[in-house]
Design a protein around this ligand. Structure first.
Ligand SMILES: Nc1ncnc2c1ncn2[C@@H]1O[C@H](COP(=O)(O)OP(=O)(O)OP(=O)(O)O)[C@@H](O)[C@H]1O
Length: 279
């Protein structure tokens, strides 16, 4: 269980994270969505003990997060936004290095590394130098690295950014298997369909504050389950949201241009939210 209690982070007079309160139950897959500069990375940095809240506190499995909490460090895995791999080492050597940091005995580490390399489908290229890997392969290796200590809680900051569609889907499968294993996962992402597909709860963050926190289904229901989309006479796309298909159809009778009626997506919720319209 992750408990974020009244957490604020200030840089001088600027408030990057503003009084955030969230409880993430054990075994849930939680997404933090928000535009650039919303405060997502700052919040993650506080969650992993890299930054200290100005006020408030964070507990993971009832333990207070702070930089020197080594017991806690053993329980969490981190996939940061930027690569944390040693470019000079091979795929396998990177994992050996991580295992050494956690003081995992050699034989046990070797078994664990074999298992992780199979899991992220990098076994065949375990001897390849890391600087010769594609972006998607590097991400998979970073996920394996985060799992070396068998953590119960995993933080991923934009795990699929800049990766092609096929690799992204492979990473989604890896993340889904992690969810199935009962791990508590928190991820930030700009790909809304990623949050919709993977997560059982989503929060929308902007200007350091959490505005909505619910299941993707409930967030869509909040807006209206059906979306009527049309290109208006001023050459702008209009979106109208309705509780039923019937209501959308009735409204569409007055529209003179082409339109579509479709199910509301999490992207609609996000668009609506970040354009500061009232839901
Ligand atoms: N060390 C710092 N000193 C001053 N301001 C900072 C610092 N770190 C972050 N900020 C500011 O805090 C705000 C939130 O930044 P943060 O990186 O958390 O956003 P984000 O939601 O992760 O954005 P992105 O999606 O672009 O990664 C931004 O306005 C940023 O400029």
């Amino acid at each position: 269980m992750i408990e974020i209690k009244g957490v604020t982070k200030k840089y001088g007079n600027f408030t990057a994270v503003d009084n955030v309160d969230i409880r993430i139950p054990r075994g849930s897959f939680f997404a933090l969505l928000g535009p650039n500069g919303a405060g997502k990375t700052t919040l993650i940095r506080m969650l992993i003990g890299l930054a200290k809240p100005s006020t408030g506190e964070i507990l993971i499995n009832n333990m207070k997060v702070h930089r020197n909490n080594n017991k806690l460090k053993k329980m969490i895995g981190i996939v940061p936004q930027y690569t944390n791999l040693d470019k000079e080492l091979t795929v396998r050597e990177n994992l050996i290095f991580s295992a050494k940091i956690f003081k995992i005995p050699r034989r046990k580490a070797s078994e664990k590394i074999d298992q992780l390399l199979e899991f992220v489908e990098l076994k065949e290229i375990e001897d390849r130098e890391t600087n010769k890997l594609s972006g998607g392969m590097k991400r998979k290796l970073m996920i394996a690295k985060a799992l070396i200590n068998d953590p119960q809680v995993i933080f991923l900051d934009e795990p699929t950014v800049g990766i092609d569609l096929n690799s992204r889907r492979k990473i989604w499968d890896i993340l889904k298997s992690m969810k199935k294993q009962g791990k508590t996962i928190l991820l930030t992402t700009h790909y809304i369909e990623e949050a919709d597909y993977l997560c059982n709860s989503v929060s929308l963050m902007n200007n350091g504050r959490i505005f909505y926190y619910d299941t993707p289904e409930n967030l869509k229901r909040l807006l209206g389950e059906y979306t009527l989309e049309y290109f208006n006479q001023e050459d702008k796309t209009e979106y109208k949201y309705f509780e039923s298909m019937e209501e959308a159809r009735i409204y569409s009778n007055n529209i003179k241009t082409e339109f579509t009626i479709r199910k509301t997506t999490l992207e609609d919720v996000f668009y609506n939210f970040t354009n500061r319209k009232v839901i």
